[in-house]
Design a protein around this ligand. Structure first.
Ligand SMILES: [Zn+2]
Length: 481
């Protein structure tokens, strides 16, 4: 008995030692490479005016083409040097592709992507805005308006940085390509999709592609008080399934044991009872190894020993919807149609369930899994809208390109922690893997926790200082690339 206790005690001691050593050895990658910052002071006036162009993404029939044409003219007027020195092409009617040919053609080009379209403003909430959403008004040192964060802020900052660099007589060594889509908010198929295809046809192999999707996040990463530069190295996939049933209905006074509505409901319940498993995908493993060392001791210990504390970390992440979405393929019922009248048993029912896929899960796999789980032969499980896409490939965060990007971010924002990240939504970035395996999603527009609801929401805004630093970031990136 004594011997067993002794072995047990030794075992626990050994375990504690391993945990402690792992924790003490847990160090973040070194991003202290010195890249000299290029500081540009912008007054934000051009972004302010850019907001007033209502480049709203709608289905093609509803799109206001003249607004896009007007926006192009506005850019030409605002950035005369850029338009005289760079080659400009219009792709699929409204997307813009600029090429700034570098001196050294042996270097692969840097692609800076952004989108000019914005989501509409919900007019029932228009009164909740502090200013008119398309006025571009500056209030309390913030530029307000639809698109300031998503994504005109980046687009205009890229152009403003280049206009300034040209003004200083700068000539790039590496070719710089600007890829500005016009339909990101409705899928990006014509814009980024068209540009990516065109570049591929020309044999372009990009050094890296930088698009929106990551951010300078303050107060968003749990446990970190300072700012984290989140660089999206992959984005989740997307698929919806349709669950339907057709059965004889009839009078509600003589119901059969089950009807179409109940059958679909039962199937949905079965799926709800079987959520997809929690796991760390590669971008989140990267996130843990980059953020973990900066956390308070107990959390750092957990992150340094995921082999032991994985369930604990999962529980912590599951406390918020956004945290939970990082560690599993989500499923949520988004549509349900059935029933006509209170005294008629419905003959058909249909529900749609939407999934956002972690890297590694496929639309086909999700469909097969649901079909396996739902054994009820009354219920049909099919792909909704004939559409599904896996998560994007994963851009390597241990690469020189990631390090360079981190260096440029830290040149302008010296104290930030840099980390890879998994983007939960979709961006234009996924189209560009045909020309580069280094697609990084990062926009320098800073975000606080309360800003997250402003994206596609009310009072979207960027601080004047945050915007000005964004211009400096792109100038630093271009000058040192
Ligand atoms: Zn966007």
């Amino acid at each position: 008995m004594k011997k067993i206790l002794l072995i047990l005690a030794l075992g626990i001691l050994l375990l504690l030692c391993v945990i402690l050593v792992n924790t003490l050895q847990f160090k973040a990658p070194d991003f202290s490479v010195a890249i000299p910052p290029t500081t540009i002071n912008s007054d934000g006036k051009i972004l302010s005016e850019a907001v007033s162009y209502q480049t709203i993404s709608h289905k093609r029939e509803m799109r206001n083409d003249s607004v896009f044409v007007g926006f192009h003219a506005f850019l030409e007027q605002s950035f005369p040097l850029l338009h005289s020195k760079l080659d400009k092409e219009v792709v699929n009617e409204h997307s813009l592709l600029y090429t700034w040919v570098g001196a050294d053609l042996s270097k692969k080009p840097l692609v800076l992507a952004a989108h000019m379209d914005v989501v509409p403003v919900d007019y029932s909430s228009k009164k909740d805005w502090d200013v008119d959403p398309f006025s571009g008004e500056v209030k309390d040192n913030y530029i307000y308006g639809r698109g300031t964060i998503d994504d005109k802020g980046s687009l205009v900052a890229i152009m403003e940085s280049i206009e300034n660099l040209l003004n200083q007589g700068f000539k790039p060594s590496r070719t710089i390509i600007l890829a500005f889509g016009h339909d990101e908010e409705i899928g990006g198929d014509e814009g980024a999709g068209g540009i990516a295809k065109l570049l591929e046809k020309r044999g372009t192999k990009a050094w890296m592609v930088i698009d929106e999707g990551g951010t300078l996040a303050t107060g968003i990463v749990p446990g970190v008080e300072g700012t984290v530069a989140l660089i999206g190295t992959s984005e989740k996939g997307y698929v919806s399934l349709e669950i339907s049933a057709n059965m004889a209905g009839g009078h509600s006074s003589m119901p059969e044991p089950i009807n179409a509505l109940e059958a679909v409901n039962r199937a949905l319940f079965k799926l709800k009872e079987n959520p997809l498993p929690d796991r760390f995908s590669e971008p989140i493993q990267g996130f843990i190894s980059h953020i973990g060392p900066h956390l308070p001791f107990v959390q750092k210990m957990a992150f340094a020993n995921t082999w032991l504390f994985k369930p604990l970390i999962f529980d912590t992440y599951k406390k918020s919807a956004s945290g939970a979405a990082l560690i599993h393929t989500t499923q949520v019922v988004t549509m349900f149609n059935s029933g006509l009248k209170d005294n008629i048993v419905p003959t058909r029912a249909r529900a749609v369930i939407n999934y956002r896929l972690l890297p590694g899960d496929s639309p086909e796999g999700i469909l097969a899994r649901a079909q396996r789980l739902i054994t009820d032969t009354i219920v049909k499980v099919t792909l909704y809208d004939d559409f599904g896409t896996s998560a994007s490939p994963i851009s390597n965060h241990a690469s020189d390109e990631f390090h360079f990007l981190a260096g440029a971010i830290r040149a302008v924002n010296p104290d930030v922690i840099v980390s890879p990240y998994l983007v939960l939504g979709a961006t234009d970035g996924r189209y560009y893997y045909n020309i580069s395996d280094k697609v990084f999603r990062f926009s320098p527009i800073p975000l606080q926790k309360e800003d997250l609801s402003r994206i596609h929401g009310i009072n979207e805004r960027v601080s004047l200082i945050g915007y000005s630093k964004s211009v400096s970031f792109y100038a630093t990136l271009i000058k040192n690339s």
